[in-house]
Structures are given as structure tokens and as C-alpha cells.
Design a protein around this ligand. Sequence first.
Ligand code: MD5
Ligand code: FE
Length: 203
Amino acid sequence: GREMLGEQSVVLRGYALPDAAALLAGVDAVTQQAPFRNMVTPGGYTMSVALTNCGRYGWTTDAHGYRYSRNDPLSGQPWPDMPAAFDDLARRAAAEAGFPGFAPDACLVNRYEPGSRLSLHQDKDERDYGWPIVSVSLGMPAVFLFGGHERADKSQRVPLLHGDVVVWGGVDRLRFHGVMPLKDHPHPLLGSRRINFTIRRAG
Ligand code: MD5
Ligand code: FE
């Protein structure tokens, strides 16, 4: 099923289910080379969500700020390649949502545990906001907060479940968004974890 969240953002319910095993194998391959880590924000807070990346560019935060970089600061090596299953799913989902020709070069992988949350923010570090972001949710359910263009705008609460894919583009690309603190509802495949990855064009 397809649910419109905004004018140019769509939830494709269960779209990733046929590829779940290949996607999880991809997450394992990536995290063997570039492990999940809890990064620090410029404001000095350690994020409750653990992150890693794959693809040509990876997003990081530290005391100096937010940025995309070619290398993992932990190893000094390039980020792991984007698994073919990620790239393929993202291109198909983007086209399905009205964004043909999407050629991703970055993927931020997030790991949530019970209590992990993501406060309201905008994704503004990519070069061209004309490209969409494709988000894939695996494991425990989360309540996604979909806000407006101002931080103070009221947010909609949207459940995101194992296998759901969301495509954000166009006028919805810069909306504030976040994730409510995760409740512990263990998932049969992933236990008390949620993995979300967001496939992007950053460069
Ligand atoms: C998550 N991740 O569930 C969320 C879902 C992130 C992040 O927010 O930055 O890694 S992706 C939601 C998203 C991405 C880009 C734009 C919009 C939402 N939006 O315009 O609402 O871990
Ligand atoms: Fe975001």
C-alpha cells in the first residue's frame, strides 16, 4: 500500500519485505568494516542513535560540526561500498514515488535501541535538495514525527514498521522530522533493535 505523507512524500508499506534478508546481509557487511558508533553533536551531546555509513560519502557529526566525508574518521579508510541491494531498492522506490533517475552516492545507517530517539531536525547537508531521500525501516517499530518547515510547526505521528520505505522529495524534502523514544517491542528477526537507513545523493 501507498500512503501520501505530504505532497511529495510517500510511505510504501512493506515495500522492502521481499529484500529484507539481502538488506540485513548488507547492513552486516557494512558494519563489519565500519562499526556503529555514538557520535557527538556540535552542542556536546552524545547521540542515543548509533550511526555508520556506506557509499562514496558518509555523514558524521563531532564537536566541529556536521559534514559529509569520503573517509570514516574512525579508520581513516573510505566508507564501505553501498550494497547493491540498497542502491537497487532506492532507485526503484524513488522512481515509484515520481523521482526517476535517482543515482545515490551516500547512505546513513542508524541503529536504535529501546529509549533511543532523534530530535527534530532538517537534513540540509546534501548539495542538491532536488534529489529525494529514501528511508528503509527494519526491526522494531518506531513513531516517526513529521513536522513542517518551521521547528515550531505541529508534527504528525506516523508509525514506521519493519519493511516500510519512505521517499521524501520536492516540497517535503526540508521538513523538520524526528523519531520518538523507541519502546521495547522486540522484533522476531532483529530483537530489541531498529535499523533505519537513508539513501541519498550528497555530492
Ligand atoms: C530514522 N532518519 O527513522 C529517520 C528517518 C536521518 C533520519 O531522520 O536523518 O537519518 S529518515 C526521515 C527523513 C529524511 C529526510 C527528510 C525527511 C525525513 N523529511 O523531510 O521529513 O532514523
Ligand atoms: Fe533526518
